[in-house]
Design a protein around this ligand. Structure first.
Ligand SMILES: NC(=[NH2+])NCCC[C@H]1O[C@@H](n2cnc3c(N)ncnc32)[C@H](O)[C@@H]1O
Length: 423
């Protein structure tokens, strides 16, 4: 035992610098001591028990710190990416190429929904001023000009795609109505306020990329009182699910590959494949173990940028099937209220029971699958913690407990896991 102890003492701690602050309010995990620190603090990291949480010391106090807030402070490492917490160069660079626009335009469910919104509100859009925030190729603006008679559509696009968008507007004879403005919406000057602010801002798990912040800033600056936000409302939905195929591919695989026992690699597999959420997961309706639940609901007319720092929701599932609970799957829905009083609302649902979209769903795998029975109650909370440094990223913290209906003793299993998305 002594030798082990010495080993621990020999491991010389590494010096890191915090580039985010964690105060007592930012604590993600309960029941273990967490360190509070400020941006710029030098921390001594004594151990790295997991990729997400390290054991460190600052000013003589020891506790857990979120690894994503720390960076190695080496003078020669000129980490220029820190200067741009929005990573705008990379972000808008990616939207300057066709790949993402082709993916979005090829998503018929998404694009047709926006077309239906314009079509069903075409009469009310007459002589209205519209802003299309993050117009990309301008598809929504062209729908407005083609299917309705707004007085003007300000098609705002920060990436280099804007130059081509101007050509598309001209090519389709819409230059009288659509004005393309290149720049970040929250920095641009519009000639007037608008009656409708339309945008397709939703990212994976609804909020990833946090383009929603730009939409809220533009709303506060350019949407006239009584103006309409499209989407008007958004909801993040969660369901407990099976993920047999994914689990077999990434974890069971190591049990007997070619007749050999590779199970010592399973902790590595869990770390590598189950630490982060799985984007573009295709959830089959039969994989759902309970009725899904809207855990976070956003009203786009009242939501504030400050609300985005930490959004918390509760869930309460009654298991409808017995089987293996591998994880949670999330998706979102958005709603477009009618411009006419009492008019029909249009909905876009990216869940497993709707037409597939390019977002598909997002899978959060537990470290260890849990066997559940019909009637078991799975309840808990989900909290989206926006990354204080990487402003397009967040961490999804899940806490749950399962009350087994079958066992006589009211045995309760508790679980907690934080998923960085991505830093
Ligand atoms: N649903 C999404 N997750 N992404 C689809 C919309 C993204 C489009 O909006 C543009 N865009 C994103 N943020 C901004 C902004 N603040 N200002 C102008 N254009 C923007 C971006 O360049 C891209 O063309």
């Amino acid at each position: 035992m002594e030798a082990e102890k010495e080993d621990e003492e020999d491991a010389s701690p590494e010096e890191f610098v915090a580039f985010g602050s964690a105060t007592e309010h930012t604590h993600f995990i309960t029941c273990v001591p967490q360190l509070s620190f400020s941006s710029g603090d030098k921390l001594l990291v004594h151990a790295k028990p997991s990729a997400a949480w390290w054991w460190a010391e600052v000013r003589g106090v020891i506790g857990y710190v979120p690894a994503s807030y720390l960076r190695q402070d080496t003078a020669e490492e000129e980490d220029t990416s820190i200067e741009d917490p929005w990573q705008d160069e990379e972000y808008f660079g990616s939207y300057g190429t066709l790949k993402l626009h082709l993916e979005m335009l090829s998503d018929r469910s998404r694009t047709e929904t926006y077309r239906q919104v314009v079509l069903r509100n075409s009469a009310s859009l007459k002589n209205k001023a519209v802003m299309d925030l993050g117009c990309g190729t301008g598809i929504i603006s062209l729908f407005c000009a083609q299917l309705a008679q707004p007085s003007v559509v300000y098609a705002v696009e920060a990436s280099s795609m804007a130059e081509y968008t101007k050509q598309l507007v001209k090519q389709n004879g819409c230059e009288e109505v659509v004005t393309v403005l290149q720049g970040r919406a929250e920095e641009l000057e519009l000639p007037e306020q608008v009656d409708v602010l339309v945008s397709e801002w939703m990212g994976n798990c609804l909020l990833f990329e946090f383009m929603v912040e730009s939409v809220l800033l533009a709303r506060d600056r350019w949407l006239r009182d009584g103006g309409v936000m499209w989407p008007s409302a958004a909801a993040l939905t969660l369901v407990p699910c099976r993920a047999d195929r994914y689990y077999a591919e990434k974890m069971s695989f190591w049990e007997r590959p070619y007749g050999l026992d590779f199970t010592p690699l399973q902790p590595l597999a869990q770390q590598e494949f189950f630490t982060k959420p799985k984007f573009s997961h295709h959830l089959e309706p039969e994989d759902c173990l309970a009725v899904s639940c809207d855990v976070i609901c956003l009203d786009m007319h009242t939501l504030q940028v400050s609300d985005l720092e930490e959004m918390k929701g509760e869930f309460h599932f009654c298991m409808e099937k017995s089987g293996i609970f591998h994880g949670f799957t999330a998706w979102f829905t958005v709603q477009f209220e009618s411009l006419e009083m009492g008019g029909a609302t249009v909905k876009l649902n990216t869940g497993p029971d709707s037409e597939p979209t390019h977002w598909k769903q997002t899978l959060f795998m537990l470290d260890r699958p849990v066997s559940v029975n019909v009637g078991d109650i799975l309840s808990g909370t989900v909290t989206l913690h926006r990354n204080p440094v990487w402003r397009r990223h967040m961490t999804v913290a899940l806490h749950w407990n399962i009350n087994n209906s079958k066992s006589d003793a009211d045995s309760c299993q508790v679980g907690t896991k934080s998923f960085p998305m991505w830093r």
